[in-house]
Design a protein around this ligand. Structure first.
Ligand SMILES: *[C@@H]1O[C@H](CO)[C@@H](O)[C@H](O)[C@H]1NC(C)=O
Ligand SMILES: *[C@@H]1O[C@H](CO)[C@@H](O)[C@H](O)[C@H]1NC(C)=O
Ligand SMILES: *[C@@H]1O[C@H](CO)[C@@H](O)[C@H](O)[C@H]1NC(C)=O
Ligand SMILES: *[C@@H]1O[C@H](CO)[C@@H](O)[C@H](O)[C@H]1NC(C)=O
Ligand SMILES: *[C@@H]1O[C@H](CO)[C@@H](O)[C@H](O)[C@H]1NC(C)=O
Ligand SMILES: *[C@@H]1O[C@H](CO)[C@@H](O)[C@H](O)[C@H]1NC(C)=O
Length: 342
């Protein structure tokens, strides 16, 4: 059609060209020629743009490294394909990875829980990374640390092979988590990180463990070395021999404060994908560990830990001033702590 239009203009010029005002006619011809040229160009451009578009699509398909995982759309933000700077994930480059953080308090069974997770071939939980103060100085250092961890560039004894399917850390509430909660919630939202809350129901037993562990830092009951976790019943027995004295004046206040902190943390992270676990339930019911593996979307395994529990049995044998403590807590909301056997 473009050709037709052009030949029409040519014919018109040849047949009708008068000699009266050649300038005018030349102008008309020029305008026609220009219209004709623009028309041809526009057709050509259209063809070029569609062909580059398809080329672009082809390139995208080729460059996309991993096939779409077969998951529900709401799961997509939680699935990642990290490319570590320090090594290649090799044949596991397309194994999806989930990001998690265990939120807990000291002496709540999180060390034991973490050894259970790390017994899974595909889980890498890298310990209390933020116990080192400089890493939690401000939100920039926190983000930098988390980026490195979730990119699978954090090398620790918990690092697995290239086929890690869930990577995370153990993060105590008092390690910069509560102070920077707004930015951390945002980081978790944008990066698709899930949280596992691990708390202890019996806060009195937790207090005993805390005091005993503090005492051992100086006393070093095990052949002159301080140990927070042990691997033999014999070692557990030695550590459990120490019976702390609990300040009964402060007891109610201290218990309430712990409860407040945990409630606040749950409130801050209520919109983060999370699950809540209690140490006592995991001890009694191993199905809880299957729930955790489902939550992290890793294949279910029977998980083992070599750690041995330090304090067990009746509480009356574990506290030096048992009668004071008993009197303080009787007929309060914490009375059940005295009787619970876990
Ligand atoms: C899990 O624990 C068992 C028993 O202690 C051990 O044989 C196995 O090597 C552990 N697996 C991993 C991945 O740590
Ligand atoms: C778990 O790790 C093994 C090898 O270590 C690998 O073959 C497997 O694909 C991994 N599973 C997932 C779900 O990534
Ligand atoms: C954050 O802390 C690090 C290490 O303490 C420091 O070098 C850096 O300047 C701090 N950044 C901000 C924004 O405060
Ligand atoms: C302390 O050392 C002795 C001798 O080396 C050893 O027999 C014992 O098992 C050790 N005890 C603990 C609790 O490690
Ligand atoms: C308990 O703590 C309070 C406040 O810190 C202190 O005044 C009191 O002496 C302590 N009581 C005992 C028995 O240590
Ligand atoms: C153990 O945990 C599972 C899953 O969390 C729960 O359905 C089950 O009722 C629990 N069993 C007992 C005996 O508490």
């Amino acid at each position: 059609m473009a050709d037709d239009l052009c030949s029409f203009v040519k014919d018109f010029f040849i047949t009708k060209a008068p000699k009266k005002s050649p300038l005018l006619w030349r102008m008309i011809v020029l305008v026609f020629a220009m219209v004709c040229g623009v028309y041809i160009c526009s057709i050509c451009l259209k063809q070029i743009s569609t062909s580059t578009k398809t080329e672009f699509l082809d390139i995208q398909v080729i460059e996309k490294p991993c096939p779409e995982p077969n998951i529900e759309p709401r799961e997509i933000p939680y699935v990642h394909y990290p490319k570590p700077k320090t090594y290649s994930r090799a044949e596991c480059a397309c194994n999806p990875v989930r990001y998690f953080a265990i939120f807990s308090l000291q002496r709540s069974g999180s060390g034991w829980f973490e050894t259970l997770l790390n017994n899974h071939t595909n889980i890498s939980s890298n310990g209390e990374i933020f116990s080192v103060k400089v890493r939690r100085s401000n939100i920039s250092t926190i983000v930098e640390t988390l980026d490195k961890l979730y990119n699978l560039d954090w090398i620790s004894s918990a690092s697995k092979n290239e086929c890690t399917a869930a990577v995370g850390l153990k993060w105590m509430l008092n390690q910069g988590l509560m102070q920077n909660h707004e930015q951390i919630v945002e980081y978790f939202r944008t990066r698709g990180v899930s949280a596992i809350f691990l708390f202890r129901r019996n806060l009195l037993r937790r207090m005993i463990s805390l005091l005993a562990n503090q005492y051992d830092k100086d006393a070093k009951l095990l052949n002159g070395t301080h140990k927070s976790h042990v691997h033999s019943p014999h070692e557990a027995e030695i550590l459990a021999k120490y019976k702390p004295t609990i300040n009964s004046t402060l007891l109610m206040h201290d218990l309430r404060k712990v409860e407040e902190t945990t409630n606040k943390a749950l409130e801050y992270f209520k919109n983060t994908r999370h699950m809540v676990l209690y140490y006592e339930d995991v001890v009694k019911n191993r199905t809880k560990l299957m729930d955790v593996q489902d939550f992290l979307k890793v294949p279910q395994r029977d998980l083992k830990s070599r750690q041995v529990r330090i304090h067990k049995g009746s509480l009356s044998n574990q506290i030096d001033n048992w009668n004071d403590v008993k009197k303080t807590l009787t007929r309060t909301q914490y009375e059940s702590f005295l009787h619970a056997d876990n």
